[in-house]
Design a binder for this molecule. Structure first.
Ligand SMILES: [Zn+2]
Ligand SMILES: [Zn+2]
Length: 303
């Protein structure tokens, strides 16, 4: 009997048949995330925080539902971006519509009553900032300049930015976006992924998608490949002993980084942002072994 060695890519359908991009479901995405936070909270060491994040995700959904009309790239700009393999809503260069700050006001007003005291103080600091300072804070978060940000205020700003970017991407629709020359970054907004997820069901069965830390778009990448440097050598998987194996760390010897990978066949309710936060213990293990996370969770700055 001869064994066939499968190369990465061969274990999946030919590229043309694979849905390359998945956008979040506008009507339900943040509600589903809230549900997941709610599920993960009971008995968890960070239970109170996860309960608060449930509330945060619910208010993101409410803000998304009636988000104001905002400036969007014209069809010609989108075509140009596709032609040149560039993400059209690049987080670090896109000129933000001031409407995102209204979403920030709405989100903070909705969660403040349920927030722990330090978070209430952070919300008060945001309320006292000038528009210019809020924009500077957003710039620093989107640029990953964690030392420059008010860490208590950052999660609220991040929540509003996530909502704004999901609003833009879902308004434009999937056909607005094309493949880019940077497979490790989001083709919508050029942000790094929070985690990757191996999906179940239909044509996506067994396919791995990277999940954007900002806009929640998902883009396909073959498995057994480093999502940071694309190396296929020296990839190893680490998990917490005794759990059901739904969340692992995919680590790469070539670039010394890791990103979590979630397996829906082990748990169909997984949600990348929520499950990433709830598996902080795995980050601590990876940190002890000297591995660096390749993508952020915007609710956990610094990681
Ligand atoms: Zn994105
Ligand atoms: Zn790598």
């Amino acid at each position: 009997m001869t064994a066939t060695i499968l190369e990465p890519g061969q274990i999946e359908a030919p590229a043309g048949e694979i849905p390359f991009l998945r956008l979040p479901a506008r009507e339900s995405f943040f509600t589903e995330r809230a549900e997941r936070f709610r599920q993960l909270a009971p008995g968890h060491k960070m239970g109170d925080f996860l309960v608060f994040m449930t509330r945060m995700a619910e208010t993101q959904q409410a803000a998304l539902k009636h988000f104001a009309q905002v400036h969007l790239p014209a069809a010609s700009q989108l075509a140009l971006s596709r032609e040149h393999g560039m993400p059209p809503l690049a987080a670090r260069s896109w000129k933000r519509d001031p409407a995102w700050r209204s979403a920030l006001e709405e989100i903070t007003a909705a969660v403040v009553a349920d927030a722990p005291k330090p978070a209430q103080d952070a919300i008060a600091r945001i309320a006292g900032m000038s528009a210019e300072d809020v924009e500077k804070l957003a710039d620093a978060i989107l640029a990953g300049q964690v030392l420059a940000v008010d860490l208590g205020a950052a999660p609220f700003v991040a929540a509003a930015l996530q909502t704004y970017w999901a609003h833009m991407s879902t308004t434009l629709g999937k056909t607005a976006f094309g493949r880019t020359d940077m497979p490790s970054l989001c083709p919508v907004c050029a942000s790094a992924p929070v985690a990757s997820i191996v999906r179940i069901g239909g044509v996506e069965q067994g396919l791995r998608y990277l999940h954007c830390s900002l806009c929640a778009a998902e883009w396909h990448m073959v498995r057994s490949k480093c999502s940071n440097c694309e190396s296929t050598k020296g990839i190893a998987y680490y998990g917490i002993e005794g759990d059901k194996g739904a969340v692992k760390a995919e680590a790469c010897q070539e670039c010394g980084s890791y990103l979590k990978i979630l397996y829906m066949d082990k748990d169909p309710q997984l949600e990348p942002t929520a499950d990433d936060l709830a598996s902080l213990a795995l980050d601590m293990l990876m940190d002890e072994s000297g591995m660096q996370r390749s993508g952020p969770n915007l609710f956990l700055i610094p990681a």
